[in-house]
Design a protein around this ligand. Structure first.
Ligand SMILES: NC(=O)c1ccc[n+]([C@@H]2O[C@H](COP(=O)([O-])OP(=O)(O)OC[C@H]3O[C@@H](n4cnc5c(N)ncnc54)[C@H](O)[C@@H]3O)[C@@H](O)[C@H]2O)c1
Length: 374
């Protein structure tokens, strides 16, 4: 197969969808690999490293037009919509439930698009979201601590406190991959950490791993309101796979928070779990509403591309190899986890939650291709 890797053009995005190590694996597997000029530059992978592994360096037009499978990190932005086309398989993060414009552009183009974030194993794990969630959760705790500093508009509180002075309070809403990692780093900084979850099984697991160091509370509107009133940092980390994030925090709850406190809404890529959240970028990461600093960067791992590129490609490469070796239809038929990743197949919308989010026609994948193992 001809496998292309496009350079990311979204603001402040420095990751790349394939490392030189991944390029070598694909080339050794008999595939042709085309890397857009400078695609790896932001992750400290110059073109020469890919060329050394047998990949070819090409321009932007060629990488989109001349390949069978195109690898990206972030969803196509409007400037790229004209490049979407029939017979191309696009493998990238898509987050379509929060983006009606892109959903329509994909359908209209006749492309097949597989979303990293909805690849889902039989035990409901999200193997291609997990590495970025680990990074985003850890960064969210760091951002919370940082924006509490007075010169940055914060309350002027050291999150970990010092002997004789109480630490700050961190409330994490959603105790999944992002929430666990945020809690881990907040605990490491010495903060007083509470996780609000709706799954009792998940809370049992968190207690096993984190022990008595965290307070675990059942999610409800009242609990969230009460916990927020006392918090210095709030981290939004809920997810309903493929769907828009539930707006668990109202503007009134934000108004009830302390002046100069910080919210980091990591779930912003699914629309955010606060009514007051809107996406921000690394160049302008925060804004203030009701005296509360909002950090809502939609591509947080983009800030640490050297770590994030390796973590992402470690997870995606086996799926990339499966698609390249077998073709999308065979690979999907053989692997139900990959099948869950297919959001658009040849212009048909095959992911139910996305169809629901935009009121569009849903075409079940099993009606479009056979799904039993071949
Ligand atoms: N901004 C970024 O750069 C970035 C990076 C990675 C992930 N994310 C996003 O972070 C979010 C969380 O991802 P994740 O990997 O941790 O997901 P996850 O599935 O591992 O965890 C989500 C958790 O939310 C819990 N939850 C669902 N509804 C809830 C409710 N009403 N109250 C409390 N908890 C609830 C679930 O039980 C689950 O434990 C997703 O939206 C993901 O897309 C953003």
């Amino acid at each position: 197969m001809r496998v292309g890797v496009a350079k990311e053009i979204k603001s402040d995005e420095y990751r790349v969808a394939l490392t030189p190590a991944g390029a070598r694996e694909l080339v050794q597997g008999g595939h042709e690999v085309f890397i857009e000029h400078d695609a790896g530059e932001g992750s400290a992978f110059p073109d020469s490293l890919y060329e050394a592994e047998g990949a070819q360096i090409v321009g932007v037009d060629d990488v989109w037009a001349d390949v069978d499978l195109l690898l990206k990190v972030k969803e196509p932005i409007p400037a790229e919509y004209d490049r979407l086309r029939e017979e191309l398989v696009l493998f990238t993060y898509l987050h379509l439930a929060a983006d009606g414009g892109l959903t329509s552009a994909l359908i209209d183009s006749g492309i097949s698009a597989v979303a990293y974030e909805t690849v889902e194993t039989s035990n409901n794990a999200l193997p291609l979201l997990a590495p970025m969630s680990e990074i985003a959760g850890r960064l969210a705790a760091q951002a919370g601590a940082y924006f509490l500093e007075k010169p940055l508009g914060g309350r002027g509180l050291l999150l970990g406190g010092v002997p004789g002075v109480a630490p700050g309070k961190v409330v994490v809403i959603g105790g999944g991959m992002v929430g666990y990692n945020a809690a881990l780093i907040a605990l490491g900084l010495g903060a007083d950490v509470t996780i609000i979850e709706r799954s009792i099984d998940r809370m049992r697991r968190l207690e096993e791993v984190l022990g008595a160091r965290v307070t675990l509370l059942m999610s409800s509107s009242l609990q969230i309101e009460e916990s927020l009133a006392d918090a210095d940092v709030v981290i939004g980390a809920v997810l309903i796979p493929g769907a828009l994030a539930p707006k668990l925090v109202t503007r009134a709850m934000v108004a009830g928070m302390k002046n100069g406190s910080v919210v980091a809404d990591v779930a912003i890529d699914q629309g955010g779990c606060l009514e007051t959240s809107r996406p921000t970028t690394h160049s302008e990461p925060v804004y203030v509403i009701e005296g509360v600093t909002h950090y809502c960067v939609a591509n947080m791992p983009g800030a640490v591309p050297v770590t994030a590129t390796k973590a992402l490609t470690n997870a995606t490469l086996p799926y990339v190899e499966a698609i390249a070796d077998q073709g999308l239809v065979q690979a999907v038929a053989a692997d139900p986890a990959l099948a869950r990743g297919v959001n658009v197949l040849e212009g048909k919308l095959t992911y139910e939650a996305v169809a629901e989010a935009h009121g569009l026609e849903f075409a079940p994948l099993e009606d479009v291709i056979p799904l039993s193992p071949v």
